[in-house]
Every structure is written in C-alpha cells, then in structure tokens.
Design a protein around this ligand. Structure first.
Ligand code: IPE
Ligand code: IPE
Ligand code: MG
Length: 243
C-alpha cells in the first residue's frame, strides 16, 4: 500500500492478464513446473493488489484453460491442488479482500472441476459478494469458445421455451449471457512470456481490446511492469471503428 504509485491521466477500467511462463520460469531454475505455478500464484496476488491500489476496477487473470487438461496428469493434479490450497487460506484472504473491497468471481466451465474445488470457489464468491469496489475475475478452466458455446445454449433454451424470440437475439443479449455479463470489456490484455496469442482468452470480450506483450515470465512480473503498461496505455488511440 505504501508503494509509490505514479499518477495516470487515463486508467483502463479492465485489464486482462494471461499468466503465462510459469513452467519455463521453473525449468530455468532446475525446478518442477509446479514450483513455477506456485510462484505464479504469489505474483497473481501481488499484481492484483497493486492494480487495485492503482485504481483498476476490473481485472481478469487467466489461471487455466479448457485445453490445459491436455497436460500430463501430474501437472493437472498439481494445478488443482494449488488452486485448492490458495482458496483454503480463506481467512487471510477475506481480510485482504476486505481492505481493498475485492470481489472474486470465477469464470470458466464448472462441470468437470473436482467437487471440493468447486465448493471452495463458491465459498470465495459468496464471501466476497458484498464488495463492489474491485472485481477480480479468475478464469479457471476457462475457454473463450466454451464460454460462447455456453451462452448459445442458454439463449437456445430460452428461445425453445418461448421466453425469447429469435429477433430478440442481439449483441447486447449475447453479452448478457457470457460469464462477464455486466462488466466492461477488457481495455487491455497483457501477455507475458514472449508469446503473441490469446490462447482462447476472452474471445468475445477482446473485440476492441488493446494488447501488451513482453518477454517477462509471469512469476517475474512486477509492479513496475504494470506501470509500464499503464504509461503505454496513455498513448493508445482507441477508435472503435470511428475516426
Ligand atoms: C501458465 O504457465 C500457467 C498455466 C497454463 C496453468 P505455463 O504452465 O503455460 O508455463 P509455460 O508456458 O510452459 O512456461
Ligand atoms: C494460456 O497459456 C493459459 C494460461 C496462461 C492460463 P498456455 O501456456 O496454456 O497457452 P499456449 O498453449 O502456449 O497457447
Ligand atoms: Mg504456457
């Protein structure tokens, strides 16, 4: 909190972070990949808190994708274990969330998550639901295409039962059926680790997002990197198709 926070004229309302590079970070140190995920979780906490202190109102952190199940079973299990451990440190987290009035929201597919993890997710959401200053979305078992597919199914059910007519399907309606309904789209999406792709992150929401890439591996991502992003964001000229 005591950190020296520069002042910015224009702040993005919503920043998306693709937390990539944990495995390479660990490998470079001769460690197991899971050690990189552990360090990455600490970075998530640090960067989330810093962004909140800067005044960012919405953040989305990509923690795991629907495709990450294709990894070796041992890594998938280590990831699930880490998510659970992180959420189990509940009391500490509640106190921190209280200071910054942070609401946690999990976006992604829930059907195939372990039951005990799902319970912890629901608890974290329930207990932080009273906060409205900062919204932190954690994209866990998330896929942009799966999200759109989910929305299509929900809308189809409503059309089938007669609650909605086909003519009522608008962009706004679709927007209201995706996991981030009611939130602004990400103004800028950050991908560290030297990759230049979205990897199924916020497919619908990223239509007019700015992008910021860097070679830093996520566990090394710093408050200074956030400052660089925000400085750079001042110079972006967002036109949304206008002139
Ligand atoms: C991102 O780090 C975290 C997850 C996908 C869960 P990676 O595990 O993809 O790390 P790299 O890209 O292999 O270095
Ligand atoms: C995207 O990273 C998912 C997360 C960072 C959580 P990946 O490491 O899974 O993406 P690819 O496979 O390099 O595209
Ligand atoms: Mg990766």
């Amino acid at each position: 909190m005591e950190k020296n926070i520069p002042k910015f004229d224009v702040l993005p309302q919503h920043i998306g972070f693709i937390m990539d590079g944990n495995g390479r970070w660990a490998k470079m140190r001769g460690l197991e990949r899971s050690a990189g995920h552990k360090e990455g979780a600490l970075t998530f906490r640090r960067i989330g808190e810093y962004c909140a202190d800067v005044g960012i109102k919405y953040m989305t952190f990509y923690a795991s994708s629907t495709e990450n199940w294709n990894r070796p079973k041992s890594e998938v299990l280590a990831l699930m274990k880490l998510f659970k451990e992180y959420l189990k440190e509940g009391d500490e987290r509640i106190a921190e969330n209280d200071i910054r009035q942070m609401r946690l929201k999990f976006i992604g597919e829930r059907d195939n998550l372990p039951k005990d993890l799902l319970k912890l997710i629901e608890k974290a959401e329930r207990e932080s639901a009273k906060y409205d200053k900062v919204t932190v979305n954690i994209a866990l078992n998330y896929g942009g295409r799966a999200e759109i597919t989910h929305a299509v199914k929900e809308i189809s059910k409503k059309v089938k039962s007669g609650v909605l007519s086909v003519d009522e399907i608008t962009e706004e309606l679709v927007n209201n059926h995706i996991y981030t309904a009611g939130q602004p789209d990400p103004d800028i999406i950050v991908r560290p680790s030297g990759e230049f792709r979205l990897s199924n992150f916020m497919t619908w929401q990223s239509a007019y997002s700015e992008f910021w890439f860097s070679d830093v591996l996520w566990p090394d991502f710093s408050e200074d990197d956030v400052n660089k992003i925000l400085e750079d964001y001042q110079k972006r000229n967002r036109r949304f198709g206008g002139v």
